[in-house]
Design a protein around this ligand. Structure first.
Ligand SMILES: C[S@@+](CC[C@H](N)C(=O)[O-])C[C@H]1O[C@@H](n2cnc3c(N)ncnc32)[C@H](O)[C@@H]1O
Length: 228
């Protein structure tokens, strides 16, 4: 257990360093896929967000800012100060959007239980070292009945491709802080969310939209011990 916690702490430091390093070129690197697909998916997801108090996990460089709906107030967190600095610039470009940003680890949130009406994350839980712990924290700070809306890439549904992704995961993670073989739908359930809908956005289930809600009967939830 102690060894596992140490492993998560080391991995979290690695993820932070990786995103601090990448922040400068992140938007340029993502530009083609952003134009081709992400933009459209973000737009559709945020159209469904009603809040009014919304928690965004892993705001990154603030690519969702332009899509924050009128009338919602977003509280965003990110692990990387460099990514967050860019998100602050995105907010300056959109003074009409209501948002506050914090440097914070999604696995250890400082917000009280049942604070937000809704939680959103786009392409984040592939990087959070202990995704179930992060998702459980998101559940804790969301009000009973509140929604979780995710866009995520994850392990392919085809086993042969899944195995290729398993092989690539170690080297890619060391390089970028990202895991390519996550089973995020299972992690969402394991964290205590009720999954309402998953939509395959790309072949082999490589990209998914996941909609879930916090069961109304959820009581106070303590962070679990970490697993891979
Ligand atoms: C692939 S980027 C996605 C950024 C943004 N959501 C987007 O859609 O462009 C992943 C983000 O998650 C953040 N992240 C990773 N682990 C985190 C953690 N434990 N707590 C908070 N943010 C985390 C990274 O710093 C990075 O900004």
């Amino acid at each position: 257990m102690i060894a596992e916690l140490d492993h998560i702490a080391l991995d979290t430091a690695h993820t932070r360093r990786a995103y601090n390093r990448t922040a400068r070129v992140y938007d340029a690197m993502e530009w083609p896929i952003e134009q081709f697909a992400y933009r459209r998916w973000r737009k559709a997801l945020w159209r469904d967000v009603t809040g009014p108090d919304v928690f965004e996990v892993g705001v990154g460089t603030g690519k969702n800012v332009a899509f924050y709906p009128e009338g919602v107030c977003v509280t965003g967190v990110d692990l990387s100060a460099e990514m967050l600095a860019r998100a602050r610039c995105a907010l300056e470009r959109h003074p009409e959007k209501a948002a506050v940003l914090h440097l914070m680890d999604a696995q250890q949130l400082t917000f009280p239980d049942n604070t937000f009406d809704e939680a959103v994350a786009t392409f984040v839980f592939c990087s959070v070292p202990d995704p179930v712990r992060g998702l459980r924290e998101a559940l804790r700070v969301t009000k009973p009945g509140g929604r979780l809306r995710l866009l995520e890439h994850q392990r392919a549904t085809a086993e042969w491709l899944g195995r290729v992704m398993d092989r690539l995961d170690g080297p890619l993670h060391r390089l970028s802080g990202v895991h390519v073989n996550r089973r995020t739908v299972e992690h969402v359930r394991a964290a205590g969310w009720h999954v309402d809908r998953t939509e395959h956005l790309a072949p082999f289930g490589l990209y998914r939209r996941i909609d879930a809600h916090k069961p109304p009967s959820s009581t106070r939830i303590h962070p679990r011990t970490p697993t891979s």
